[in-house]
Design a protein. Structure first.
Length: 476
C-alpha cells in the first residue's frame, strides 16, 4: 500500500504563480506528503527534475517563457518514465487530448477537489513504480522500452497496461508458436491479433475466421479445404484458409465456442503440423501461424474440463496475451473519443464536432461492458445526431442510461455502484475506522500546530484521551 508520507514520494509543483504553488503545497501537506519542490520558472523544470530520483510533476499549462505543453514534451523526451499531471483552468477537450497524446499521465481542470487531486497522485505513483519495476525486471532502460510503432498503428492507447501488452507482442514477434488472446468483447482482440501478425514481419496474409458459427464439417472445410467430389456439391478443389494464410497468420476468433469434435481436429493440427483436405489422403503441411481469441473464461473452462479441452488450451496458449477491459484503462477514453469522433465524422463527411467536458465526464464514469465497440456505437450515433457542432452530455445521456438499465437488469436488478467513495480514491481502498481516527488525529495536530489541548478540542475528546492515543501510537 502506497504511503504518501514515505520519504521517497517527491512531488514537483510547476506554476508561475506563487499563490497557486502554495495552495498545492497545502493540499499535498494535508495528505501527508513531505518532499515538495516548487518551480515557478518553466525553464528550470528539467534541471530540477534531474536532481530528483522518482518525481511526480504537477504542471500548469499557461506559463510565460516556456508553455506547459512545451515543458511536458521536453520531460517526455528526456524522462519518459516521470508521471506528469496537468493542472489547468483550461477545460477545452482538444488541449486535454493534445496533452494526453504528449504523454501526460492525467489532466485535472481547476477547481480540483482534494479527492481528484489525491487519486491522481496515488495513481501516478503506483503506475510510476510499476513501470520502473516491469522495466527493471526485463533488464531494459526506460528509453529502450519503445516498441515498433508501425505494428500498433491504429490502436489508440496511452495505458501502461496496454504498453506492457505491446512490449510482450514485440518480444514474441519472431516466434511461430501459437498465441492466445483473452479479453472481454469489444476490447480490441482482433486488432491485437493483427499487431501480432504485423510485428512478426512475415510476408503471408492475415486471415481471420469466426469459428463460433461453424459446425464440425464446416470448420474442417473452411480451414482445410476439400477435393472435388468430397461431398455432394463439391464441384471442384477448394483450398482452405490455412493454405490462404501460408507464410502468414490465421486468426481463429471466438475459439471458446469451438465444438468438441473441431477441438480434436485443431489439437491434431497443432501437435502434428499437418492436415488433410476433405476427401483427400494426402497430408499438407500447415505453414500458417495460429492466433486464437475468446471473450470466454477459457482458463476456467479448461481447468474444469468443461467445454474446452485442457490439452488444446495449453497448446494454444504458448504465448498468452490478456487485454485489459476499457474500465481498467479509463485514461484511454479521451483519446479514443477524439479518434472515434473524427472517424465517424469522416464517414459522414462532416466537420468533427467538439465534445463537452460534461459529456466526457459522463463517458469516463460509464463501466463499458462492451468496451471500445460500445464507446464507438455511442459516438457514431452522437456524431450523426449532433447538429450544432458539439456532443453534449444530453446527447449521450439517453443511450448511457439505457445501458445502465441493461447492466442493472443483468445483475439481477442490483444497482451498480462501481464508483469509489472519496476516501477509497484517496487511500486506494476503503479505510478502517482506526485509520480514519488516525487520520483525524494527524489532521487535528497539524491544524493546531501540535498543540495537544487545541487538537483534543477539535477532535471532541479530552486531552487525556488524546495523550493516551498518542502514547499508544508511539509504543506500537
Ligand atoms: N485501442 C483501440 N483503438 C481504436 N479502435 C479500437 C481499439 N480497440 C478496439 N477498437 C475498435 O473497437 C472495435 C472492436 O474491436 P475488436 O473487434 O478488435 O474487438 P474484439 O475484442 O475482437 O471483439 P469481439 O470479442 O467481439 O470479437 C473495432 O471497431 C476496433 O477497431
Amino acid at each position: 500500500m502506497l504511503n504518501l508520507n514515505d520519504k521517497n514520494v517527491h512531488i514537483v509543483l510547476v506554476d508561475d504563480e506563487q499563490a497557486e504553488l502554495d495552495a498545492y503545497r497545502f493540499l499535498l501537506e494535508s495528505m501527508g506528503v513531505r518532499q515538495i519542490t516548487q518551480v515557478n520558472d518553466s525553464l528550470q523544470v528539467l534541471a530540477t527534475l534531474e536532481q530528483i530520483p522518482s518525481p511526480v510533476v504537477f504542471l500548469d499549462l499557461n506559463m510565460p517563457r516556456m508553455s506547459g505543453q512545451e515543458v511536458l514534451a521536453a520531460i517526455k523526451e528526456k524522462m519518459p518514465q516521470v508521471p506528469v499531471i496537468i493542472c489547468t483552468a483550461n477545460s477545452d477537450i482538444e488541449t486535454a487530448v493534445e496533452c494526453l497524446k504528449l504523454g501526460a499521465h492525467d489532466y485535472l481542470v481547476k477547481p480540483i477537489s482534494l479527492n481528484t487531486f489525491g487519486s491522481a497522485l496515488r495513481n501516478a505513483l503506483e503506475i510510476g513504480a510499476l513501470r520502473k519495476e516491469v522495466l527493471s525486471l526485463k533488464g531494459i532502460s526506460f528509453s529502450e522500452g519503445r516498441y515498433n510503432s508501425a505494428a500498433f498503428e491504429g490502436i489508440i492507447t496511452r495505458s501502461p497496461a496496454m504498453e506492457g501488452v505491446f512490449q510482450y507482442i514485440e518480444a514474441i514477434s519472431r516466434s511461430r508458436q501459437p498465441a492466445l488472446i483473452l479479453g472481454e468483447t469489444g476490447s480490441g482482440k482482433e486488432q491485437l491479433a493483427r499487431a501480432v501478425h504485423l510485428s512478426s514481419g512475415v510476408s503471408g496474409e492475415f486471415v481471420a475466421v469466426d469459428v463460433s458459427g461453424l459446425d464440425d464439417t464446416l470448420f474442417a472445410d473452411t480451414l482445410f479445404g476439400h477435393r472435388k467430389g468430397a461431398f455432394t456439391g463439391a464441384s471442384g478443389d477448394r483450398p482452405g484458409l490455412i493454405e490462404k494464410a501460408a507464410g502468414g497468420t490465421i486468426f481463429l476468433d471466438e475459439i471458446g465456442d469451438l465444438s468438441e469434435a473441431s477441438q480434436v481436429k485443431l489439437l491434431r493440427l497443432l501437435q502434428e503440423g499437418i492436415y488433410y483436405s476433405l476427401g483427400s489422403d494426402a497430408p499438407k503441411q500447415c505453414r500458417a501461424r495460429i492466433v486464437a481469441a475468446t471473450n470466454l473464461d477459457l482458463v476456467g473452462m479448461a481447468a474444469q474440463q468443461q467445454g474446452f479441452r485442457r490439452d488444446l488450451y495449453y497448446r494454444l496458449s504458448t504465448h498468452l496475451i490478456k487485454v485489459p477491459p476499457l474500465r481498467e484503462r479509463r485514461e484511454d477514453i479521451p483519446l479514443l473519443v477524439q479518434h472515434l469522433v473524427a472517424e465517424a465524422a469522416a464517414g459522414l463527411q462532416k466537420t468533427p464536432p467538439s465534445v463537452s467536458i460534461a459529456a466526457l465526464e459522463l463517458l469516463m464514469s460509464h463501466p463499458f461492458p462492451g468496451n471500445i465497440r460500445e464507446l464507438k456505437t455511442y459516438l457514431f450515433d452522437a456524431v450523426a445526431r449532433c447538429g450544432d457542432g458539439q456532443i453534449t452530455d444530453l446527447l449521450l445521456q439517453e443511450r448511457l442510461a439505457g445501458a445502465h438499465a441493461e447492466i442493472s437488469a443483468a445483475s439481477g436488478g442490483q444497482a451498480i455502484n462501481a464508483a469509489a467513495s472519496p476516501l477509497e480514491s484517496l487511500l486506494g481502498r476503503f479505510p478502517s475506522l482506526e485509520e480514519l481516527a488516525e487520520f483525524a488525529v494527524s489532521q487535528a495536530l497539524a491544524k493546531s500546530g501540535n498543540n495537544q489541548s487545541q487538537a483534543a478540542r477539535l477532535l471532541g475528546i479530552s486531552k487525556q484521551a488524546l495523550h493516551k492515543r498518542l502514547k499508544k501510537r508511539e509504543d506500537s
